[in-house]
Design a protein around this ligand. Structure first.
Ligand code: PLP
Length: 438
């Protein structure tokens, strides 16, 4: 569909009357950071309001019964491509659609969908794909709630899983996919990179090649799905390495102010269709107010992520030389010649601002560091304007069995840090005084 057609009829799967889908001026393709200010919104449709209003309505009025029928054919999947119009708040809404159009731009994706949380995005994707007897192949570690979802909740539905460590080689990944194939139909290959909380990177290109090698002869390949929350969309765009669906906790960098909970998923229209249908059915869509907050957040996404990344590089440079610090798990410090460094140079364009500090000693020393920070807040989550620090082994990953924690490197001495946009000298001073007190 060309841009003129899009303006007249709406993009398939997006329902509102819209204009301003233009993404270029003459031959010049506009950057996503520019397009965040106006893309997908026409002020003339909203009384001239410069910014999209929040449409607090649960349902939308059809111009005719035939139109209502047509819209429902799209929503229910009778006709592929999603709804041509706004129908009902569980399916779509103007603010959510503007948000989704803008989110898709960062990764040049055909479609994006937004959800009430990162976990509801992940759960909706899995529910759309799995059936009893299926197997999920995944990288490890995963965010603890994702592990719970796969292992315990989908487990109750008769779905099993096999994993490989983040950083596994192509042959290792092939071996796991081959073993999974003998257990049942592989419904999805699910990755998280960088992994929470270790920052370990997954070689998406190797996963893509392994899938082709082991399953290439099959009619339908299981989608490669990746949680890109830690680095994306600025520092990593895994669809370029072969991922079919890219998932976000928008609660983190995209929301960016620690004041909302939301999720997102981007991909091709084909890969997104079952996810859209499942979201329509179970209603895991973002609410209009959160969608509006995310539109505001997207306007400063590049500014915030760039500044936070610069700050993190400065803070990490201090931490790595501190006598009370054993090691800093920061992507910017990966050793050339290592497999992780190789993946980093092929997949990432920035080191992000979430990293781990492994202190010397044990849990007591890690807790003392956390308890003595004055500026950096002791809270789980990441990607906000303010810096946060937490203790994954005792907090976000508490439910992970001890043996698995040890296997994954989630130790008692690991403190996870997310650096924000404060002045870097103040952050360095805070870590110095807190480490002095350890
Ligand atoms: N994925 C990762 C990597 C996360 O760190 C988190 C939350 O911390 C989630 C998913 C879940 O996101 P949400 O809390 O928005 O449901």
């Amino acid at each position: 569909m060309n841009e003129d057609e899009a303006t007249m009829t709406g993009v398939p799967g997006r329902g509102r009357k819209m204009a301003n889908q233009t993404t270029s001026i003459g031959n010049r393709r506009l950057h996503p950071s520019t397009l965040m200010m106006g893309h997908g919104y026409d002020p003339t449709l909203s009384e001239g309001a410069l910014k999209p209003p929040i449409f607090l309505t649960s349902t939308f009025v059809f111009e005719s019964a035939a139109e209502g029928k047509r819209f429902f054919e799209g929503v229910t999947g009778v006709r592929p491509g999603g709804s041509e119009g706004l129908v009902y708040g569980r399916f779509n809404g103007p603010g959510q659609e503007i948000l989704e159009d803008r989110l898709a731009l960062w990764e040049d994706a055909e479609e994006a969908l937004t959800f009430s949380s990162g976990m509801s995005a992940i759960a909706t994707v899995f529910l759309a794909l799995v059936k009893p007897g299926d197997v999920i192949v995944h990288s490890a570690p995963l965010y603890a709630a994702t592990e719970t979802l796969i292992g315990r909740i989908l487990g109750k539905l008769g779905v099993t899983w096999l994993d490989f460590p983040a950083g596994a080689t192509g042959e290792e990944i092939e071996a796991v996919i081959t073993a999974a194939k003998t257990k049942g139909r592989i419904a999805a290959i699910y990755l998280e990179s960088p992994a929470n909380p270790t920052n370990a990177l997954v070689d998406v290109e190797a996963v893509y090649a392994a899938r082709a090698k082991v399953l290439g002869g099959e009619d339908e390949l299981p989608p490669i799905i990746i949680d890109n929350t830690f680095l994306g969309p600025l520092g990593a765009q895994p669809a370029k390495q072969g991922a079919d669906l890219v998932i976000y906790s928008l609660t983190k960098y995209v929301g960016g102010h620690s004041d909302l909970v939301a999720g997102g998923c981007v991909g091709s229209a084909k890969a997104m269709l079952p996810v859209r249908m499942m979201r329509n059915t179970i209603g895991t869509i973002t609410d209009p107010h959160t969608a509006w907050m995310l539109l505001r957040s997207l306007e400063t996404l590049e500014l915030r992520m760039s500044r936070a990344g610069e700050n993190a590089a400065k803070v990490c440079a201090m931490l790595r030389n501190h006598p009370k610090v054993e090691r800093v798990g920061y992507l910017g410090f990966l050793e050339p010649g290592t497999r992780q460094h190789d993946i980093y140079t092929r997949h990432c364009v920035g080191a992000g601002s979430t990293f781990s500090v492994i202190v010397k000693g044990g849990e007591a020393e890690a807790f003392r560091l956390l308890d003595n920070l004055k500026l950096v807040k002791l809270a789980v989550s990441l990607g906000g304007t303010e810096s946060l620090a937490s203790h994954p082994a005792a907090m976000t990953h508490l439910s992970v069995p001890a043996a698995r924690k040890a296997e994954l490197g989630i130790t008692d001495t690991l403190v996870r840090v997310s650096i924000g946009v404060e002045h870097p000298d103040d952050l360095i001073a805070d870590f110095e005084q807190a480490l002095d007190a350890v």
